[in-house]
Design a protein around this ligand. Sequence first.
Ligand code: SF4
Length: 244
Amino acid sequence: MGGLTAPPFVCILWESITPHRPMQVALTMVSSNAKTGPIPTTTSERSSCWEGCAFYDKGCYAKSGPQALHWRKVTSGERGVIWAEFIALIRNIQRGQIWRHNVSGDLPHILGDINPGMVSQLVNANRGRRGYTYTHHPLNDHNIEVIKDANSKGFTINASCESVDDADRVMTEYNIPAVAVVNSEKTDRFYTTSNGRKVITCPATIHENVTCATCGLCQVADRQFVIAFPAHGTAKKTVNAIVS
Ligand code: SF4
């Protein structure tokens, strides 16, 4: 969709009002993360998160564990590269390879509005590859358009929700894939939303021998089911309170 490529002056504005420096992103070509398995993964600096995210101040799983240290170093600029270099690195990922953008962090934005020019660069660099990610940015008209455009071109952006019913509503209203964080006790393999839409619990959270490398469900943009992630980690009580 040509309309999603911001005119040059908009790009300049978007880049120039980044608070301190261009956004930093790190690519790990072979992840050692037990949940993703050995696929390429990325981490975007903390400023990529929208302050309106339900987990911004509390409950964010990425703020604890080994990934937290990496995220802090990307955020401080000690690790990672600027966006333009990051885009070049994505082109080094083998064609056909599944990869996960943002184990921590979100898509580049200003006050929750996703940067269409930067995401368009990401979508183009992903061509022939099977990238996917999640976003907690608000589902306003602007962001929905960016998300739908990316999904139609092979880079899957899932809307992150705080309940399976909300994820169901998002899928029905906007025709985009959605996932939901659910209570840590909710680990049934399959169930349905209040409206009867199928929910699949992320297999990597309930089976030791499944990873994103072998599953890939989050990359399927036209799937008709919600994927649920039971709260985990040190903040799971806080997350349970938010999603309950
Ligand atoms: S559902 Fe599959 S692809 Fe998505 S996070 Fe879980 S294991 Fe990875």
